[in-house]
Design a protein around this ligand. Structure first.
Ligand code: AMP
Ligand code: MG
Length: 400
């Protein structure tokens, strides 16, 4: 049997990142910078007032703390005024926050320290050289590198890029993923079930997981256990997609459509392997033409856990994330548990960050999607561990 780590490595190797793309800011959100970000302009762009008040020469109001000084107001400078006036000695300009500081002014007196006059103003406090003036370039000099390759595009990154005059960011692209679920028993939610049918849930779940990982869902398809129908969907999309993810049809029974389509011996581009993990032992990886295909088992918990273990980290590494894995934590198990020998087991769990403890959530079997849906972590139990006592330390993957 192949180890989990070996299969993770092989899946990741099959998913190299695409060439960097320059995307409009909104489309670059949640992606990763593929180049350094260089300031096109300085920040602040020009000397501007940090307060609503009056621009003055500090020397003209030097005694205002003791005796108020009255000055004529000769200009009004709202934010957005594009000419820069010159302040004559012994005058004041009314100025708003963010407005350009007039030539010759050396300080700002906040409006609260004045009578707020429009034609003349009574100044009741002194100011000093540079007081309440935000200098051009004091945050970012023009031409400076402000962010490095590998930086995640968070809301303030978008804000900074815009402030520096960039309307696009160069990022690693989102891989495009085709999700195919297989099974003649599957019908779309919202329609009636005949005896023996169940609602299709893996394709919608895996598509949501693809988007949650930051990648793009090219299309979803559900096919019956008919090799020709499955092959027709592959033909239709192959070439447009970076990754095909299938669920079902890879176990040991008859009517295993994914295995049958590629040849059970794996002769046709896809290797089918058993991985020493639970749930999710039957796995497959290969290529359809130039497109990578990962074939997941059909049981919903197996499919979801397999996505977490193999596909999510590979997608995120391809998108340039420096930490593509879910955050790992250590926690204290508050109950005893047993785990199958020779298999790395991923149990659903509820982690309590306040106490640093974790409990398992639901049975280990791979059809209890209900518990996966309300778990907040996966317990990662090493292959060689078969029993853990209450109070033991366990590693978990924080699902957020
Ligand atoms: P398979 O791997 O195709 O043998 O499927 C294993 C189990 O998972 C069976 O009980 C299937 O009915 C179920 N299953 C497979 N695919 C899906 C799906 N897309 N949605 C819900 N259940 C599924
Ligand atoms: Mg099936």
């Amino acid at each position: 049997m192949r180890s989990v780590e070996e299969h993770q490595r092989i899946v990741a190797e099959h998913l190299p990142g695409g060439a960097p793309v320059a995307l409009p800011l909104a489309e670059a959100e949640h992606l990763v910078l593929a180049t350094d970000l260089v300031a096109k302009v300085a920040l602040p762009v020009f000397d501007n007032s940090a307060m609503d008040g009056y621009a003055v020469r500090a020397v003209d109001v030097a005694g205002a703390d003791e005796a108020p000084v009255t000055l004529p107001v000769t200009e009004d400078i709202p934010a957005g005024r594009t000419d820069i006036p010159t302040l004559a000695p012994h005058t004041a300009h009314r100025i708003m926050t963010g407005a350009p500081v007039p030539v010759g002014a050396t300080g700002i007196v906040p409006v609260e320290r004045t009578d707020g006059g429009v034609d003349n103003v009574q100044i009741r406090a002194a100011t000093s050289e540079g007081r309440h003036i935000r200098r051009a370039g004091e945050d970012v000099p023009a031409g400076e590198t402000v962010l490095r390759t590998g930086q995640r595009v968070t809301p303030p990154v978008v804000g900074l890029a815009a402030a520096l005059g960039h309307d696009r960011l160069t990022v690693w692209p989102r891989p495009r993923v085709l999700v195919i679920s297989t099974g003649t028993e599957l019908v779309r939610p919202g329609t009636a079930l005949a005896p023996g049918q169940i609602y299709e849930s893996n394709a919608v779940m895996l598509a949501a997981a693809v988007r949650d990982a930051g990648a793009e869902v090219l299309a979803l398809a559900t096919v019956s256990d008919d090799v020709d129908e499955f092959a027709a969907v592959l033909d239709r999309y192959a070439g447009d997609t970076d990754l095909i993810v299938t669920s079902g049809g890879v176990s040991a029974g008859a009517y295993e459509v994914v295995k049958d389509a590629f040849g059970r011996d794996g002769g046709q581009g896809v290797q089918f392997v058993k991985v020493a993990m639970h749930p999710g032992m039957p796995q497959g990886i290969g290529r359809v033409g130039d497109t990578t295909i990962v074939t997941l088992p059909g049981n919903p918990v197996s499919a979801m856990v397999s996505f977490e273990v193999y596909i999510r980290p590979a997608l995120r590494a391809a998108m340039g994330f420096t930490h593509p894995q879910r955050p790992r934590r250590q926690a204290i198990l508050t109950e005893a548990l047993s785990s199958p020998p020779g298999k790395r087991q991923f149990r659903r769990g509820i982690f309590d960050a306040d106490t640093g403890t974790v409990i398992t959530w639901g049975p280990p079997a791979s059809h209890h999607l209900r518990y996966m849906a309300s778990a907040n972590c996966l317990l990662d139990i090493p292959a060689e561990v078969t029993d853990l006592a209450a109070g033991a330390a366990v590693q978990l993957w924080d699902l957020g």
